[in-house]
Design a protein around this ligand. Structure first.
Ligand code: AHR
Length: 675
């Protein structure tokens, strides 16, 4: 036995019992199914303040005064009037600030941001607004970033004055540098004591956004996404694609063009859970389809937009009201046209209508869209093909006009059951390229031990895809996460089970072409749904263990599956396999064999990698090797804002030709053997 370096957790594992050894047979010569570049990706939905208040770096809430409560997020004092004939037709409201009537009185508006405004001392913040002096002449506006809950003498963390002039609307900008950090500042805008001024689209961004873009993303959060090395990026949802009703569905055309004129939309997550109710949660669309495509380009991954198929959320709408809440099949043309226009926006020449919109936004080159999702969690009724009748209309038109695009249908909201059973064969009949599966399930499901109400085993766990039809559409596991029983969220154990489960994705790479964990982001003060992959407040963020699992799969994705078995059976936590899950692949760029092993049992497991293959490969051996370990002291341990690095992968160099390992109880290991 070649003893490998201890992980310093010996004490915690002192009670572990060493189990009898297991042989993994791994064929290093025979390259199996290619692992798609899209295999491990990210799924973004504006839930948990993921866009406004999260990735989108705008620091002010309700910047255009378009919330139904037009002053939501703003405190006002003095003479402030709401006006509705502003310069942006889709966002017509603005404020008129009139002199308060006395030199010692001030007209003032103050924005509280998203759970406050997080600022860092010494860094620059770019303020901007549209303004005019309606009666002509000049006026002065003061902008203060304030620590309004201050104990100190001066509330101002930083301020700037802006001179405005003339009756015409103009954009004004200024930079403010707060003198110290504060996580819940406010932005105060106060007017000239003598002159009436009009203000619209009042905005504050950190200057240091991701890639320095003006309408940019929060740098730490975008960097965390880039570090996942995603192969595909699904956006913009989720349920918000469908809308609670048709009116509030996500309409991509409203999210492109100048940000000032992108109309506000409701966000269904503000009211979905009355226990976690956020009345000020709307979608500004500052992060819109252009920005999504741009992020895909930054990350070097495929874009996967999802569009409404004319069905508003089926959970929220009774099928009895079908005519009221869904678009009739014969009236779907505008929805299909939206899809065609989206393809033109992404790929069309600059001379086309939507290609020009893209070019005018600063991107004349196409975005090279290859995938399109039609519908989110849609389903058919047993006697009414609510979804597939609509999907068929889309497919008939789109696949003829754009055969170069791969279309993605869905098997509905469940991993099994009548909806799934009805939809799965219909996806094949309709000829979609992939279908989107969703499963938020418990530990048993992820470990392949779940049963239905009658006690029959469900098709779950790492063996799920071994039995799938190889001639049907490919699988996109578009939303999944292990939801621990007993109200456990983002604790180590569930993430470990995700890692174990994901060996089944890799082993079945011939049929599983994409997977994206969900949801992606959550603001610690504004979440509606958990677990989530990345958490943050206004200043800091932390990555969950699930993030690190995804990252390990993304970084060590490999190009081809290698056969890996135990007693001729897939290593998938089967009976007699002592909680071991494993897969192997070959990575061309690294010129390396990669073996991923999860041990979900309570005992350390002895494992021997028994290499098989061509004599020359076996003789050549490996030049160097590394082992990456992800484990925790306690199964309920988790990362947090206070302790963001409590559980992270640890890399160590191991002997190049080591082949006997002790896999610690409850751990995930990645071995990289370089040729
Ligand atoms: O990820 C949260 C929600 O879960 C998504 O919006 C929806 O598709 C699913 O029900």
């Amino acid at each position: 036995m070649k003893k490998l370096a201890s992980l310093g957790l010996a004490a915690a594992m002192a009670t572990s019992v060493m189990a009898a050894g297991h042989n993994f047979e791994i064929n290093v010569s025979k390259k199996g199914a290619p692992i798609q570049s899209t295999m491990y990706g990210i799924f973004f939905e504006d839930i948990n303040y993921a866009a406004d208040g999260g990735l989108y770096a705008e620091l002010l809430i309700n910047r255009s005064f378009e919330f139904p409560n037009h002053f939501a997020g703003w405190d006002i004092s003095g003479k402030v009037k709401l006006m509705a004939d502003g310069p942006f037709d889709k966002n017509p409201h603005y404020v008129r600030m009139e002199p308060a009537g006395h030199n010692d009185k001030h007209t003032m508006i103050e924005n509280r941001g998203f759970f406050g405004i997080g600022v860092k001392g010494g860094e620059e913040y770019r303020f901007s607004m549209w303004a005019r002096v309606p009666d002509g002449g000049n006026a002065k506006i003061w902008i203060d970033i304030v620590e309004n809950a201050t104990m100190g003498e001066d509330q101002k963390l930083g301020n700037v004055g802006i001179d405005i002039s003339g009756k015409e609307w103009k954009k004004y900008t200024a930079v403010i540098k707060p003198r110290r950090s504060f996580d819940s500042a406010h932005l105060r805008v106060w007017g000239d004591g003598r002159v009436t001024t009009d203000l619209e689209h009042i905005s504050l961004f950190p200057t240091d956004t991701w890639k320095g873009r003006e309408n940019g993303m929060r740098k730490d959060l975008a960097q965390a996404l880039a570090d996942l090395k995603p192969g595909v990026f699904r956006f913009p949802g989720g349920c918000i694609v469908e809308g609670t009703d048709l009116e509030t569905r996500y309409q991509w055309k409203n999210t492109v063009g100048p940000v000032e004129n992108r109309p506000l939309n409701e966000n269904r997550w503000h009211y979905t859970f009355t226990k976690r109710y956020f009345p000020d949660y709307y979608q500004s669309y500052g992060l819109g389809f252009f920005e999504f495509f741009q992020l895909c380009e930054d990350f070097g991954c495929e874009a996967l937009p999802v569009i409404s198929c004319g069905l508003s959320c089926q959970y929220q709408n009774s099928i009895r009201d079908e005519k009221k809440v869904h678009v009739a099949v014969e009236d779907l043309d505008p929805y299909i046209q939206d899809a065609l226009d989206l393809i033109e926006f992404a790929n069309g020449d600059v001379t086309t209508t939507w290609g020009k919109v893209r070019a005018d936004m600063g991107h004349p080159e196409p975005f090279n869209l290859h995938y399109l999702g039609i519908g989110n969690e849609q389903w058919d009724e047993k006697d009414n093909p609510v979804f597939t009748s609509r999907l068929k209309r889309f497919m008939d038109v789109l696949s003829k006009k754009h055969p170069e695009i791969k279309y993605i249908g869905t098997t509905g909201p469940d991993s099994e059951g009548w909806k799934f059973d009805l939809l799965q064969p219909r996806m094949k009949e309709l000829g979609v390229d992939l279908y989107d599966e969703h499963y938020y399930r418990d530990e048993n499901w992820f470990l392949g031990k779940a049963k239905d109400r009658d006690g029959n085993p469900l098709n779950c766990g790492a063996m799920r895809y071994d039995s799938y039809d190889r001639k049907g559409p490919k699988v996109f596991a578009g939303e999944y996460a292990c939801h621990g029983r007993g109200k456990k969220w983002n604790h180590f154990e569930t993430s470990l089970y995700e890692a174990a489960f994901m060996t089944g994705f890799e082993r079945n790479a011939d049929i599983v072409h994409m997977c994206t964990y969900a949801p992606l982001f959550a603001h610690v003060k504004g979440w509606q749904w958990r677990p989530d992959m990345i958490w943050y407040d206004n200043q800091n963020m932390f990555k969950t263990v699930s993030y690190y699992v995804q990252q390990l799969y993304g970084q060590y994705k490999g190009d081809n599956v290698l056969a890996c078995s135990m007693d001729k059976k897939p290593v998938a936590g089967q009976d007699g396999q002592d909680g071991l899950f494993a897969t192997a692949c070959f990575d061309n760029a690294m010129n390396a064999v990669i073996v991923k092993v999860a041990n979900v049992s309570d005992a350390e497991q002895e494992v021997k990698f028994a290499w098989t293959g061509k004599a020359k490969d076996l003789k050549a051996g490996f030049k160097s090797a590394e082992q990456i370990t992800l484990r925790a002291v306690g199964m309920d341990d988790e990362n947090s804002l206070d302790n963001p690095l409590k559980i992270t992968p640890k890399t160590e160099v191991i002997e190049a030709n080591a082949n006997e390992f002790k896999i610690p109880a409850k751990s995930f290991q990645v071995y990289i053997f370089k040729k």
